[in-house]
Design a protein around this ligand. Structure first.
Ligand code: NAD
Length: 369
């Protein structure tokens, strides 16, 4: 049965929309799209998804009369680039896109961000429906309306805030998810749980009582995904454009971005970097805000059970610090860092000093290598 969750953006765009979570892409979902009475439906996906889900796409094409408006993007982060937008804008315009059209984005965060950026800019904005196919896209990138493309000098450098009309999470897509992609979603799910006590307790119960996450059944996944999305949706509802509260979603990401940029986004997945960054955030929170030592140990145990990496990946504090200084959240040359007073109690406008960071990083190295 579909679980439905409403997201109400309270300021700026003031848009309300629903996120549906189910174990299939059911006919009710098709009806929900048809009820919107879009003039034309366009579908953007990537080569992997196109190959794996040809039958599903053909079915969708048939039911929504999409044919021949499917655009298949090359797979991978490097293709989420501004230079690839031109060709897609032209293809859509040649195929007669108009302001009442909708773009359906079928894929992971790369397709979602790219398609969302196109939808938000072509003809000054057409409708967007997100159909995420990775765990990360279901719990994170398809939710909240951040869409962007990369430049050669950095990731997500050109973007907008653009909310979709609907998000459909079909858990069945996860059956084909490559091994290394799971960790990306799990790290964000874990991060969301640290921002909300009830979600944390629920996730803790599942981790401790059930087997390895690969054996969690569909009902469990539906619940985990629902609860995780709810944390993000609540935050985004209150602060769509990250003027204050939304910054807490960057918990663990300051160090994660440094690790990713130090390795040219090649060696570690985003999730592997975020997981390590979460450990740093917890250690620094112990030192600065007396985050409980016993809770720290409990969290580390849960992360270990999920097989999330905890170590410093061999980086020196000096190197990480250098890259932290380029972080986008830094304002007026000060490093703004997200700490936790307790689970569900993030603090988002404290400064991080070099000395403080170095002590924390050394402790992480001592504890986890
Ligand atoms: N907009 C946001 O708020 C936000 C938040 C977090 C991340 N992001 C962005 O998301 C992107 C990463 O997204 P991602 O982790 O989903 O990576 P991705 O989109 O690159 O997908 C990972 C890989 O899995 C494949 N794939 C996708 N679904 C599949 C499935 N069901 N079965 C088999 N293979 C499948 C893809 O083709 C790709 O090769 C980054 O560009 C990041 O910047 C955006």
């Amino acid at each position: 049965m579909s679980i439905k969750l409403k997201i109400s953006i309270q300021k700026n765009t003031k848009k309300n929309y629903f996120i549906y979570i189910d174990e299939e892409f059911n006919d009710n979902w098709i009806k929900l799209i048809q009820n919107k009475k879009y003039s034309k439906h366009f579908l953007l996906t990537d080569q992997n998804i196109y190959k794996l889900y040809k039958d599903f796409i053909v079915d969708l094409e048939h039911k929504l009369n999409i044919n021949p408006k499917i655009i298949v993007l090359k797979t991978g982060e490097k293709n989420k680039h501004l230079k690839n937008t031109y060709e897609v804008y032209e293809a859509l315009i040649k195929q007669g896109i108009d302001r009442k059209s909708v773009i359906l984005s079928l894929g992971g965060g790369v397709v979602g961000d790219f398609a969302g950026f196109i939808a938000s800019t072509i003809l000054r904005g057409v409708s967007l429906i997100q159909i995420p196919t990775t765990l990360l896209a279901m719990v994170d990138s398809s939710i909240g309306g951040k869409v962007a493309v990369n430049l050669n000098i950095g990731k997500n450098m050109v973007g907008t805030f653009y909310q979709p009309d609907i998000v459909f999470c079909n858990i069945n897509f996860l059956k084909t998810l490559p091994e290394k992609e799971w960790i990306c979603g799990l790290a964000e799910i874990f991060k969301h749980s640290l921002l909300d006590k009830k979600t944390y307790l629920s996730l803790k119960k599942v981790i401790l009582e059930e087997s390895h996450y690969k054996e969690w059944n569909t009902k469990t996944w539906q619940k985990i995904i629902y609860e995780s999305i709810k944390v993000k949706a609540n935050i985004v509802s209150k602060d769509e454009k990250e003027s204050h509260l939304r910054a807490v979603l960057n918990l663990g990401h300051t160090v994660a971005h440094a690790i990713e940029s130090l390795t040219n986004y090649q060696k570690f997945s985003h999730g592997e970097a975020v997981s390590r960054g979460l450990v740093t955030a917890l250690i620094l929170s112990k030192k600065k805000l007396n985050f409980s030592e016993s809770l720290f140990k409990e969290i580390i145990n849960l992360m270990m059970l999920l097989k999330l990496p905890l170590n410093t990946a061999g980086f020196s504090e000096k190197n990480i610090w250098k890259h932290i200084q380029y972080d986008k959240k830094n304002q007026y040359d000060k490093i703004r860092y997200i700490y936790l007073k307790d689970i569900g109690k993030p603090v988002y406008n404290f400064e991080l000093s070099r000395e403080e960071f170095e002590l924390g990083w050394k402790e992480q190295k001592q504890l986890f290598g």
